[in-house]
Write a protein that binds this ligand. Structure first.
Ligand SMILES: Nc1nc2c(ncn2[C@@H]2O[C@H](COP(=O)(O)OP(=O)(O)OP(=O)(O)O)[C@@H](O)[C@H]2O)c(=O)[nH]1
Ligand SMILES: [Zn+2]
Length: 402
């Protein structure tokens, strides 16, 4: 992809397979295991994607963040026009000031922030905007209510080698406490809704809705509008959402007022290091509370050095081919998010991150007894709770089929 910031074209949304970043299934090479120890280039601007079903409170959250004292100069980017509320309304009255092919409007906001709107978001488009307006510390991208973050996140989750001036910090999903269970069960008015019958004529199991996609990909989930529901209903909502996404941090809010911005919503670095704390919510095994999407955790012993390659084959096959390798029969599945910490005998740990078919493995040195710890691999998606995952992993690590 051309990342030249002077490029006049605003790129359209690109899929992982057209973007030379990290490891994708178009790049059949085994990704290098790279150390994270080398110096991170300074002054990269974090981008947080804010997603959520229609009316969940995305704009309310943006306004809250912008009016809080955060000491940051924030650029807000909306990837749609034509909503009648607050920020969106201002957009329609401002004149385009950009030289890019798509109309872009800037609106000054409180705290020296700006707001702009791009029809098609892309890294080069955003880098352009930053260059024109200058000096921003943070970018918030509000997606449309029916957006699938699994299509958006890989665009911003870029290889360091591309030298981008922005990096994906995290995905925040707003959920409407009153309506979310209905959205999960019915997917009303939902363009991403997938039920049993698909083009290939196979049944793919229970209904998958936009609400599922937005929850399964999230790093932070705000269950908003708690003033409209009873404590019992709220408890049901929390349990259902935790069953879908065992990795995200969950907070309940009214008017999207989070207790803390820094380190909770902003600057969370959800796509770099994987800490034990990041994996603490994901219980052993998996839950059946939601029929469509679940979180499943695989625990296994530290790898021996020759098993690193075998483990990578396992990862590549489940993420790129959506099949279980090493001779394991399985039902259809799809993986939305993956995180893991996998110790290797001798004191290294593999830190794993994945979104859809894009993944990254970082090998880091650890102090002390890294090799003695148990490995933990957390998968979020459809069909990830099936027993075959464990058998396939064990068979691959044993070298079956080599
Ligand atoms: N009762 C209640 N209303 C809320 C809460 N948070 C937001 N709202 C209201 O819900 C409505 C929708 O909120 P928005 O912030 O516009 O939601 P959105 O996700 O940006 O909506 P779209 O952009 O249309 O998808 C507005 O009228 C808000 O004032 C809350 O916690 N409780
Ligand atoms: Zn909105």
């Amino acid at each position: 992809m051309d990342t030249d910031a002077s490029d006049d074209e605003v790129p359209t949304l690109v899929q992982p397979d057209t973007t030379p970043q990290l490891a994708t299934n178009q790049d059949e090479e085994i990704p290098d295991l790279v150390s994270t120890s080398d110096d991170a280039p300074a002054a990269k601007v974090p981008i947080t994607i804010i997603t959520g079903y229609l009316g969940a409170g995305k704009t309310t959250l943006l306004n809250y963040i912008l009016t809080e004292q955060h000491g940051k100069k924030i650029a807000v980017i909306l990837n749609e026009f034509g909503d009648s509320i607050d920020i969106e309304k201002q957009l329609t009255v401002s004149a385009p000031t950009s030289t890019s092919a798509e109309p872009v409007s800037f609106v000054p906001l409180a705290n020296g922030c700006i707001c702009c709107s791009v029809k098609d978001v892309g890294v080069a488009a955003i880098e352009n905007l930053m260059e024109q307006q200058g000096g921003f510390d943070y970018i918030l991208l509000e997606t449309t209510g029916l957006a699938d973050p699994g299509n958006i996140a890989p665009i911003f989750w870029l290889d360091d080698g591309l030298g981008s001036s922005i990096f994906l910090d995290g995905i925040v999903t707003l959920v409407d406490a009153m309506n979310v269970l209905k959205s999960l069960d019915e997917g009303f008015g939902d363009e991403n809704r997938k039920d049993g019958s698909e083009e290939d004529g196979h049944a793919h199991g229970p209904l998958l809705t936009t609400a599922h996609l937005q929850i399964s990909h999230a790093d932070v989930i705000l269950i908003n509008k708690t003033d409209l529901v009873s404590p019992a209903h709220l408890a049901d909502v929390v349990a259902r959402i935790r069953a879908i996404n065992g990795l995200a941090r969950i907070e309940t809010t009214t008017k999207a007022q989070v207790p803390q911005l820094e380190g909770f919503l902003l600057d969370i670095h959800a796509y770099d290091a994987v800490t034990d704390a990041d994996l603490q919510f994901a219980a052993k095994g998996h839950s059946h509370l939601d029929a469509s999407i679940s979180t499943s955790t695989l625990l296994f012993p530290a790898l021996s050095p020759p098993q690193i390659q075998r483990f990578d084959i396992f990862l590549r096959t489940i993420l790129w081919d959506e099949t279980l390798p090493c001779g394991t029969p399985h039902e259809p599945f799809e993986i939305h998010r993956l995180k893991g910490r996998v110790p290797v005998q001798g004191g290294k740990v593999l830190l794993l991150q994945g979104v859809r078919n894009v993944y990254d493995v970082n090998e880091v040195e650890v102090e002390g007894s890294g090799g003695a710890q148990e490995a933990k691999l957390v998968l979020i998606g459809r069909g990830v709770g099936q027993e075959g995952f464990r058998g396939s992993l064990v068979a691959c690590l044993e070298g079956v089929g080599e």
